[in-house]
Design a binder for this molecule. Structure first.
Ligand SMILES: Nc1nc2c(ncn2[C@@H]2O[C@H](COP(=O)(O)OP(=O)(O)OP(=O)(O)O)[C@@H](O)[C@H]2O)c(=O)[nH]1
Ligand SMILES: [Mg+2]
Length: 204
């Protein structure tokens, strides 16, 4: 009887956990995004002062609670030689956030190339589920000489065919101040839960 009660209690208290990869070129603002997510959803967690963030070599991981679900964010390094490692995380992820530095016009072609690789898993990686949501964040919208969200959407139009099959969106953010970060997390949470029949969460 005790064991039955215990197992029922465990069932009731288990929460859905979804893993989300934060990808993008080096200097896009991925780690800054993760720090802002922490500040917004888990203010008691250990924080890194934003001005002390250095380029990511390994990974930064943080889990937040949104409603009744857990979102586990994986912030990976974006330097060229580290991008080859992204594919190793694809099998287990439920969603992708692709961060773009809107002020880095010179590298926007490079952004497109990397995003195509991520979307079109067959090209260079294995295992990215075709159903999972992809959110593109047009970061650094505070800078004067930047691409507008509409420009970024247009740039990504050529990927539309591949993206159309999925839930995808481009949202403006200023990770430095946290503007737009909660909207991004809410968009993701909704889509991850909606997609759970295709990509089931882990239960924790
Ligand atoms: N102006 C401005 N700067 C930003 C913003 N977000 C991030 N930055 C700056 O961009 C630089 C790179 O930020 P990171 O968060 O380290 O970038 P990253 O994508 O994690 O870089 P890697 O770890 O090398 O892949 C830092 O100097 C940040 O302060 C923003 O919204 N506006
Ligand atoms: Mg980083």
């Amino acid at each position: 009887m005790f064991h039955l009660a215990q197992s029922l209690y465990t069932q009731w208290t288990l929460r859905e956990e979804y893993s989300v990869l934060i990808l993008g070129l080096d200097n896009a603002g991925k780690t800054t995004l993760l720090e802002q997510i922490k500040r917004h959803y888990n203010p008691t967690a250990k924080q890194i002062p934003l001005e002390r963030i250095t380029p990511t070599i390994g990974q930064n991981v943080h889990t937040i609670t949104v409603g009744s679900t857990l979102l586990k964010f994986w912030d990976l390094g974006g330097q060229t030689e580290l991008r080859e490692l992204w594919g190793e995380y694809f099998t287990y992820c439920h969603g992708v956030v692709f961060v773009v530095d809107s002020s880095d016009k010179d590298r926007i072609e490079e952004v497109s190339r990397e995003l195509i690789k991520v979307i079109d898993s067959s090209e260079s990686y294995d295992g990215l589920d075709t159903s999972i949501p992809i959110l593109m964040l047009a970061n650094k919208q505070d800078l004067k000489d930047k691409l507008e969200v509409e420009d970024i959407k247009e740039i990504f139009n050529k990927l539309a065919e591949k993206l159309n099959a999925r839930d995808s969106k481009v949202l403006p953010v200023i990770c430095k101040t946290g503007e737009g970060v909660s909207e991004a997390v809410e968009w993701l949470q909704l889509r991850l839960v909606r997609n759970k029949a295709n990509k089931p969460p882990r239960y924790k």
